[in-house]
Design a protein around this ligand. Structure first.
Ligand SMILES: Cc1cc2nc3c(=O)[nH]c(=O)nc-3n(C[C@H](O)[C@H](O)[C@H](O)COP(=O)(O)OP(=O)(O)OC[C@H]3O[C@@H](n4cnc5c(N)ncnc54)[C@H](O)[C@@H]3O)c2cc1C
Ligand SMILES: NC(=O)c1ccc[n+]([C@@H]2O[C@H](COP(=O)([O-])OP(=O)(O)OC[C@H]3O[C@@H](n4cnc5c(N)ncnc54)[C@H](O)[C@@H]3O)[C@@H](O)[C@H]2O)c1
Length: 452
């Protein structure tokens, strides 16, 4: 006998959890289905624990910056408080009682298990069948994916999920993949005295960012003693006597641990998408501006391919909730998606890179200001690497993209995200007063550089 509800949410990542709670608070009956942990990847294996690691690694870096600036320092890194904090404060030993209680406290019914669409507006979880009067909201997220490298499947490598549960730091670490996960983790473990090498197939680190960001990050990494191998063709992987080996043709790289950070695959297999006319082999679920994917089906989060970030998942949740409740509201817009790679310096960007703008045939010009040449950067001295880069549409006279790389780059980005989102005229940005001496004051210099 099917159970009648208004909405079934399959997958409780950040957006799914939020949407299920909000729909329940609005008076709908909601079955919220989760096979692992309520809250998804972000609180237990991704954003929150990794940023605790970054915070700890940053403290170590700041300690090493004291000599010559403020006295002497002796740093003895200790991973134990980091591991304890992640276990106790971030993840509650990788349990979700608090999140589950929060959700059911809002009135949603939490259903543990794997959800599968078995017909239009019908979801099966184990031996329970739910009929969703209004429809189904999908937020099934992604899982780490490993490349088809010979032998890799047989070695006990780490993904982000094992790395955040580390109770000690490996003496040496190979990081396969120089994307966001790879570079954040590489710097953290290096600062805790691991000998780290990043092995990236592409010709630069953080390939989705401006080339200037990739180049500066590489310089910082090499200065800190992190090995960077780009254009790397990994031909095989093996594990013997407690050591991991990556084979690059004739050459072999060896370390005590291997972290595979080569991207994610969407959790769509086995979801029963064909029952609603969707393809479970696709890289993503296409959605319209209301997050509708098919009749009676909405999708949000990483599976929509609009930016694999918690803030995108949460933003889409609010758009979908509005639509499910039949409320008016603007369609989802992605021209000002902000992103921050939490390395030191932080790489923060919004909107289009210069190359993306040119690929779209947008006539653009750019302006750049190095942070070390700004007053605040000069005062900062050690650890002042960074720059502001602006991408302006010459046709519209507005910023279509920007990068703030540097100390607190993610915070500096706030001003630039507002400019891109509101399509503020560049002329108006030039008339603003920028506080002296702040890092964000370099925006004014970059605006001046737009004129060449
Ligand atoms: C190491 C790392 C660090 C990151 N750091 C940041 C950061 O600093 N900032 C940021 O914005 N983003 C960060 N991200 C990205 C962020 O984690 C994701 O974008 C975010 O979790 C949103 O994902 P989601 O909403 O699509 O769902 P997910 O978080 O992936 O959750 C999906 C949920 O659905 C469940 N599920 C899947 N299939 C089913 C099914 N059939 N039935 C029931 N349940 C199912 C899963 O168990 C999971 O709990 C990071 C990612 C990684 C890997
Ligand atoms: N701070 C943040 O907001 C944050 C942090 C981590 C992750 N994330 C999100 O999670 C997503 C996934 O991150 P990710 O780093 O796993 O993926 P990614 O796609 O960003 O990077 C993967 C990298 O692995 C490389 N690669 C692939 N196959 C390879 C091979 N065989 N050998 C060597 N290199 C190979 C790719 O060229 C790429 O540079 C990101 O796109 C981002 O949206 C966000």
């Amino acid at each position: 006998m099917a159970e009648e509800v208004d909405v079934v949410v399959i997958g409780l990542g950040p957006g799914g959890e939020d949407a299920a709670g909000r729909l329940a608070e609005a008076g709908l009956s909601v079955a919220a289905v989760e096979s692992r942990l309520v809250g998804g990847e972000c609180p237990y294996y991704a954003c929150v624990p990794t940023k605790m690691m970054v915070r700890a690694a940053g403290l170590i870096a700041d300690g090493t910056r004291i000599p010559g600036m403020a006295g002497d320092s002796i740093i003895r890194p200790d991973w134990a408080p980091v591991a304890a904090r992640i276990c106790d404060e971030a993840t509650d030993s990788w349990t979700d009682t608090a999140a589950a209680d929060r959700l059911t406290g809002k009135g949603a019914q939490l259903v543990r298990g794997e959800g599968r669409i078995t017909g239009p507006r019908e979801v099966t979880v184990g031996d329970r069948v739910f009929r969703a009067r209004r429809g189904i909201l999908l937020n099934t997220g992604t899982a780490p994916s490993a490349p088809p490298v010979d032998g890799l499947a047989d070695v006990p490598f780490w993904t982000n999920r094992e790395a955040v549960q580390a109770t000690e730091v490996p003496e040496s670490l190979l990081v396969l993949g120089g994307g966001v996960v790879g570079v954040e983790m590489a710097q953290v473990f290096s600062r805790f005295d691991s000998r780290v090498t990043v092995v990236e197939a592409g010709d630069r680190l953080v390939v989705n960012e401006e080339p200037e960001s990739s180049e500066l990050l590489r310089q910082v990494f090499e200065r800190e003693g992190i090995g960077v191998r780009t254009d790397a063709k990994v031909t095989g992987a093996s594990y013997a006597n407690g050591e991991f080996h990556l084979h690059l043709g004739e050459e072999t790289l060896t370390a005590d641990r291997l972290l595979v950070a080569t991207g994610r695959r969407p959790n769509l297999k086995g979801l029963g998408l064909d029952a609603v006319g969707l393809d479970e082999n696709a890289r993503q679920i296409d959605v319209d501006g209301h997050m509708r994917a098919a009749d009676g089906v909405w999708a949000i989060g990483d599976i929509t391919g609009k930016g694999a970030f918690t803030h995108v998942s949460m933003y889409q949740a609010s758009v979908a909730v509005r639509d499910i409740l039949g409320e008016e509201g603007p369609q989802a817009a992605y021209r000002a998606v902000p992103r921050v790679t939490f390395t030191d310096p932080e790489i923060a960007s919004v909107g289009l890179t210069e190359a993306q703008a040119r690929d779209q045939n947008l006539p653009v010009r750019t302006g750049t200001a190095p942070i070390p040449e700004s007053t605040r950067g000069w005062i900062q001295k050690v650890g002042n690497d960074g720059f502001i880069k602006l991408v302006e549409s010459t046709e519209w006279g507005v910023l279509v993209g920007a990068t703030a790389m540097g100390p607190a780059g993610g915070e500096v980005l706030g001003a630039l995200a507002v400019a891109v989102h509101t399509e503020a005229p560049t002329a108006a940005l030039r008339e603003m007063i920028y506080a002296y001496p702040t890092f964000h004051r370099a925006i004014e210099t970059a605006l001046a550089a737009l004129d060449g």
